[in-house]
Ligand binder design. Sequence first.
Ligand code: NAI
Ligand code: MG
Length: 501
Amino acid sequence: MSSAQAPSETPRHYQLFIDGKFVDAESGKTFTTPNPATGETLAEVAEADKADIDKAVQAARRAFEGKWSTISARDRGRMLYKLSQLVESKTKELAALETADNGKPIRESQYIDIPSVVENFEYFAGWATKIEGETIPVPGQMFNYTLREPVGVCGQIIPWNFPLLMAAWKLAPALAAGNTVVLKPAEQTPVTILELAKLIQEAGFPEGVVNIVPGFGETAGAALAAHKGIDKVAFTGSTEVGKMIAHAAADNLTKVSLELGGKAPNIVFADADIEQAVSGAMMGIFFNQGQVCCAGSRIFLDERVKDEFLDRFKARAEKIVVGDPTNAATQMGPQVSEEQLARIKGYCDIATEEGATVFAGGCSPQLEEKFQKGFFFQPTIFSEVKNSMRVAQEEIFGPVTSVITFKDEDDLVRQANDTIYGLSAGIWTRDITRAHRFAKQVHAGVIWINTFNMFNAASPFGGYKQSGYGREMGRHALDLYTQVKSVWVDLSGKPIGWFGN
Ligand code: NAI
Ligand code: MG
């Protein structure tokens, strides 16, 4: 990266990263990724396909069985720590590129995404030397202990909403535990991950330990998920594709972890601090243009505070600064792609057809000339929504929230759980017994009480129901990337007497 500026007008060029080298695709094919704010081409990227996936998996296997297996846990930790420092030293450049590729406002990429990447590599660097087996008190003259070993070659398929951060969530625990990786970024956002490849080299990881193969889902992604040479596949993305990954993995009995869609209830009781709850509703649905799997996309309001809440919510939503994502004052940038924008618009039509009201937003904002080909959408609130409507049941993945009312706690819990998803949930109340009762009753992997969208590398994240399985971050992530071997040792020195001596 040459400068801290937002990337220049001329498209950047990237190759695949396989076996420690930057190489073209076997087919010679490339694809382009646009800047979603302007529609201009940001980069031209080598397009991996089955042949490249094969090469990358073979390189990862050689590294797993060779050099990487001889490196001590301490040195793995040191490399991860070095990587965290290299990323930190490039925060501005990486943030500018993330914003150019994904469209998220620079204040998010610079102060949330990249610092969280640093945090994750740093946190898992510490784990490398703390992955331990146990001794088991078995009866008789026997010694039984366990070894916690890496799973092997891991395929990792990641989405475009937090490109570098999703890569870090998956790479950090995999590498800390001694695995090797073939990672496929989303076709919409390959750029920062390919910049990370350079830092991975610089941090001293041996060739083949991390391989990065940008390409499309139906080709590169499908080839990776179905590959016989991988021992595990980790996926973040749509529930629809998650099911395809699980099917593909089933044929080889590849281990799978999935972090999929959500339709989180964000619940406001009448006794809540309404100002605080409004700020939580904003954070829940407008952060990252609503392109968040745990977004608070169903706002449940106690009937008694509905009008007060909605008035304040609408006034605040209409003040959000939407526009040039490179401007430090911008609060919402464009959606990631034309396809996503079209999908969101489609849901606005569906909402109206279903009888909901577009209470705020509902269309693209008027912006200056330069951004007219960008994929912008206004913060949008649907009111008069019933939980059974499609806009309350399907993941929209945009700055669009559905407001539903409830009468009492039983009515609320029933509606909150009436969804195929179970990733997260928020509750706003001053009643601590209610808050904790709710935390137990709601079927979701993450509960936020009087807050929303809180994350930390040390705290597990993942879904119930069709939001997936497995937990990323925290010590639980190591379970995804290790397997346990039980070793029995006879201490008696005598023959086994069972069939006589
Ligand atoms: P997607 O699930 O198709 O894409 C996510 C990743 O999976 C990308 O790397 C993609 O290339 C890959 N992929 C796609 N098809 C594949 C296949 N057949 N085999 C293997 N890999 C494949 O998501 P998409 O199409 O970009 O967005 C559609 C919807 O998915 C969004 O509107 C949103 O509702 C949801 N989504 C959820 C995310 C989350 O964080 N849970 C992230 C991205 C999308
Ligand atoms: Mg898709």
